[in-house]
Design a protein around this ligand. Sequence first.
Ligand code: SAH
Length: 228
Amino acid sequence: MRYSVTDPKRTVANRQGIGMTSQRTRERLVEVLRGLGVQNVNVLEVMRSTPRHLFLDEALAHRAYEDKSLPIGHNQTLSRPYTVARMSELLLASCPAKKVLEIGTGSGYQTCILAQLVPKVLTMERIEPLLNRARHRLQAMDIDNVVYKHGDGYEGWPAREPFDGIIVTAAPSTVPQALQWQLAEGGCMIIPVGDDDQCLLKITRSGNHFSKQKVEAANFVPLVNGLI
Ligand code: SAH
């Protein structure tokens, strides 16, 4: 794979994982993802090789390979592995994903997965300390095809549009208009929408028309206005 992660500059124990972060535990997670219907072999391989425990506080690292969302501070969560894999797979199947905008960097885990699957990722986060921590993590892993912005995802990143793909990892009540207009022709956006009753949508641009397809039920933290 062209955009694969080179060895993180971490201790060997951290890199290989011990106990609940071992390679066997990761293999089990990949089997769970397969069982849930994730099929893209590149996505599964990247999920297998990416050390998710490095995106969590040490106290939670032993739970990193459970298919669960986990807290990352500031009332936010690291997305569930199934969700990360499914959104990545959908994006790759739906558009020529060369340049991808991610809204909601959080821990940087989804960013890290995407950066190994597409040539260029631009990621935005409203909570600056989370963004900085994610940037340091990915830089320590030699991931160098990501650009970071402390900004409000409702506005997207007008200076860098158009995007072949947009992935939103927090749920607005309705699709942000500014974001969909930053899609390239034929581009697609994977976004959870709704308040209590969320649905993951795939939105594809064709000229000035945006076709919406419901994918499945979702459960994300809300997309919130304003910066911290
Ligand atoms: N993909 C992340 C998931 C983080 S949860 C991961 O794998 O860790 C969603 C993230 O979206 C949170 O970090 C939250 O702060 C961020 N977020 C919420 N509203 C936002 C907005 N308007 N603009 C940018 N980021 C936002």
